[in-house]
Write a protein of this length. Structure first.
Length: 459
């Protein structure tokens, strides 16, 4: 899917020129001639990146950018400001408004296109995270965005790869007030991905004396540990080809020598905020997916997780036996009626711990729902499974549960077991369920096994 670029400029000539240039590179282009229309287009989610003129009547570009970055719906949209203003103070105002870059007119078309491609890739990858987070939020599993938006971008761990003492001193002085800056010494010759993952941002010189700075950036982008870590390149004004190549291989931003300390600090903060936003969403999505696969009462995996992973467990056990077991507490409704649901919940938690202790991580233990549990045990034949089930049954029969007020409550368990026999994915569980009902019919507090070869049940 191509990126959608919104061009905002009150000059029809500028709009046509940029639209033609971007369209020639196969971007989908939208246009707006004022800030109000731009804000509306962004709020409706119709664009992936904004090219924004600063000097416009009504709402100027700086205010548009501030509003976009202040809104949870649009804060993630990259903004590149284009302006005839060329003073460092002007650029700093744009960056402080939240712009991802600030390019002075006449804009170098190659650099602009490289920045649009780079920021579009970033936006599209972030969209995947946001869509998953939004889906989970709609299910009522927490708000993944509140914490992600709260980070201020300070306190970052920065690796500086620069062998010019004067430039290194400028960078350290500009950043050490709000960040921890570590100076690299090996210039990539002993690159350690695990060590590199500790950092929130890399600042890399593109003209190191003893190592290729672009190669260092490429290595950062080729390692899973640093793939998402932002990179700022330090380049000379005449290093146009290096800058373009750096943006092409994944450098997030660049500053020219000698770096302006305020501009560097602002760009650094913006990149660290963006990284932490993505990291926080990634962590929240992972945690919420974990919650969606777990039973909140017992902490065990749930039926959804079991159904999703049963096929792979069976596939891994093609050469070895696999035993499925379903456990059901006997007469559990009466426990809830006599002692209350709080006591019933405590018994379920304790029972889950007892079963887990007997299994000792041998296989997958899940709560199917209510008072019913399932265990799938790879490399376990039916005979061994029956022994495990008997250990669970006897432990449950001999030890009562202490519930509210230390009242001992005795609850027995019945179990059904079946061994995989090259049948369908749900086959072992289905046959274990048949065996469980046989155990229930046989008087409860019993174990029954289903032998697939002849369909025989035994208790």
């Amino acid at each position: 899917m191509t990126a959608r670029v919104l061009v905002v400029d009150d000059s029809p000539r500028n709009l046509k020129l940029l639209e033609a240039r971007l369209s020639a590179e196969y971007f989908d282009v939208l246009t707006a001639t004022n800030g109000a229309d731009a804000l509306e287009i962004c709020a409706e989610g119709e664009c992936d990146i904004v090219l924004l003129d600063v000097m416009m009547p009504g709402i100027d570009g700086l205010e548009v950018c501030r509003r976009l970055k202040a809104c949870a719906l649009t804060s993630h949209i990259p903004v590149v400001m284009l302006t005839a203003l060329n003073q460092p103070a002007d650029r700093l105002r744009g960056l402080n408004a939240g712009a991802d870059d600030f390019l002075t007119k006449p804009v170098d078309q190659a650099v602009l296109l490289a920045r649009v491609r780079s920021l579009s890739k970033l936006r599209l990858s972030l969209d995947d995270l946001r869509s998953r987070a939004l889906q989970l939020a709609k299910l009522g599993i927490g708000d993944p965005f509140a914490e992600a938006l709260a980070d201020d971008g300070y306190g970052g761990r920065i690796m500086l790869v620069e062998d010019c003492p004067s430039t290194a001193a400028i960078i350290k002085d500009a950043l050490r007030r709000h960040h921890i800056v570590t100076a690299g010494r090996d210039w990539g010759r002993a690159f350690d991905p695990c060590e590199a993952r500790r950092f929130d941002l890399f600042i890399v010189s593109l003209d190191l004396a003893c190592y290729d700075g672009l190669r260092y950036c490429a290595r950062l982008r080729s390692q899973a540990e640093t793939l998402q870590t932002p990179v700022v390149a330090i380049a000379r004004a005449g290093d146009r080809q290096k800058i373009l190549r750096g943006l092409d291989i994944g450098v997030n931003d660049f500053v020219l020598r000698p770096p302006d300390d305020s501009e560097l600090a602002t760009r650094t903060r913006t990149l660290i905020k963006r990284k932490r936003y993505a990291d926080c969403l990634r962590g929240k999505v992972g945690a919420m997916l974990e919650m969606a696969a777990c039973d909140p009462l017992t902490g065990l995996r749930n039926r959804r997780y079991l159904e999703a992973h049963l096929a792979s467990l069976l596939e891994q056990s093609l050469a070895d036996p696999l035993c499925a077991m379903i456990l059901d507490l006997d007469g559990f409704k009466l426990v809830n009626d006599l002692h209350g649901h709080a006591a019933g919940d405590e018994i379920l938690r304790c029972f889950a711990l007892r079963v887990a202790e007997v299994l000792r991580a041998k296989g997958l233990l899940c709560r199917l729902g209510g008072d019913e549990f399932a265990a799938v045990m790879p490399e376990t034949n039916l005979s061994a499974g029956l022994e495990i089930a008997e250990n669970i049954r006897s432990a449950d029969s001999s030890d009562s549960f202490a519930v509210t007020g230390d009242v001992p409550v005795s609850v027995t368990v019945s179990a059904g077991l079946a061994e995989s026999a090259g049948d369908s994915c749900a086959g072992p569980l289905h046959r274990a369920d048949v065996a469980l009902y046989e155990a229930k019919r046989g008087g409860r507090n019993r174990i029954s096994a289903h032998y697939a070869a002849n369909g025989r049940l035994t208790g």
